[in-house]
Ligand binder design. Sequence first.
Ligand SMILES: Nc1nc2c(c(=O)[nH]1)N[C@H]1C(S)=C(S)[C@@H](COP(=O)(O)O)O[C@H]1N2
Ligand SMILES: [Mo]
Length: 539
Amino acid sequence: MAYQPKSAHHERMSVQHVRRWSALLGVLSAAGTLAVAELVALVVAPASSPVLAVGSLVIDLAPAWLKDFTIALFGTNNKLVLLLCLGVLVLLLALIVGVLEYGKPGWGVVGLVAVGVIATIAVATRAEATAVWPLSPVLGVAAGVLLLRLGMIRLRRWVRTTAVTGVPEATNATPATVPAGRKASRRDFLRFVGVTSVGAVLVGIGARVANAGATAVDTVRRALTLPAPAIPAPPIPAGASLDVSGISPIVTSNTDFYRIDTALIVPNIDADRWRLRVTGMVENELEFTFDELLALPMIEKIITLSCVSNEVGGDLVDNALWLGYPIHRVLAMAKPLPGSDMVLSRSVDGFTASTPLEVLQDEDRDSILAVGMNGEPLPRQHGFPVRMVVPGLYGYVSATKWLVELTVTRFADQTAYWTDRGWSAKGPVKVQSRIDVPQQGIQVDAGTVPIAGVAWAPDTGVQTVEVRIDGGPWSEARLATAISADTWVQWVYDWQATPGEHSIEVRATDAAGVTQPGEPVPVVPDGAEGWHTISVQAV
Ligand SMILES: Nc1nc2c(c(=O)[nH]1)N[C@H]1C(S)=C(S)[C@@H](COP(=O)(O)O)O[C@H]1N2
Ligand SMILES: [Mo]
């Protein structure tokens, strides 16, 4: 970019000048490709970054003798050397792509796409790759192609305006407008190069640094061995899962578990430097390291977590096995002062949740500082290294992920993230039920059709689930054996379907005798109400 063609606005641009500018556009489009790929990787999966995937592929494909040779030559620096070699290769390819695209329009794009295909293969064949990983190289190359084409349009325009010097008659341009057009097209080209290259460098470096952080945390997380629970979860009762195809599995896998948070980029917490502070209205302020927390006797518990934003029939609710330390024990050590009635939990990213102190002090509630989810350390998206899980409260008032601080305070003194945005300060989960099968709008065969789903009233427990067809009388569904009052329960109702269009409704009643009200209520400010209703056609 430091290169400035000599007196470009006075003479026809020389072939060498044009070639250098087009080579620069090649480099620019490569930089754009890498920057966008890194940015997408940040969202998709840090390890889907094509730079590292291609490097890993080269390492996997390299014959043993070459590996031995490079290790002998460069020692542990051999990976750095590999990355440098790849960098030089990318630079050369980029220069070629740029020059090619100017000389033979379309061929540079072909070259870029060809390199993109190799990168995509490298990404897609990584052992941990999922179906979305190729998005990083594919969207990256798309951005690179766009930059290349837009740059070329501007370069050609500029070259054209320099070419008309001395022959204004040939272009209908007057001598006065030619230099002006030349100046403008040159400025337009240089501005394009300047803005996009600064953008690519900033975005690329920022995203790469964030991806490196995420990859490092993933590595630490994978290497971590969780302690065995002092009190393991009782085995799941034999009758907890109904044999109905399409019903929600009784325990949700970590990959299927819903995710809700305000984090644009999942926080990367170094577990070694993580601290939990217990502050505010307490006799003893406390501070835990991750190792100190892991050394405490852990309990294991299956708990259903749900989101206040879950619409009737929605899927922002799931059930997992959590491993962690009871919060009531932490509070017993800290000794809350009289007058306190709330614990404000804070995430490293500033999110806060207000949880009633009495709920967290309740020894029967099993509120936990969770470190494990379904037998693994918490996934990064679900709060690694430590989050809260409180049975019976919506996530926004209890389930703080990436937890770093518990402040004992008063509802009258402090407010939490969502409370400041119009949601209720307290959020007990309302009894709810959902129809999983049959699905809304489908056709079923007349005859016996199982209607099935899940119902939940965490902390209280579900007592009955009822189904009603076409607004008729309510019929009781058969409940599976609940794992506990803190988890959802599967239910099924065998419906004798007659041909025609039918509406199906469900409602649950909790163990305290509260039945789901039918009147629809929106999710704001403290959770939706109403009966999940679907319509199906029996033929
Ligand atoms: N740090 C942080 N923790 C958070 C949130 C958040 O935005 N930031 N969202 C909460 C909400 S609204 C819900 S419903 C649960 C969802 O947890 P999950 O993403 O593990 O399912 O996390 C809670 N914890
Ligand atoms: Mo939520």
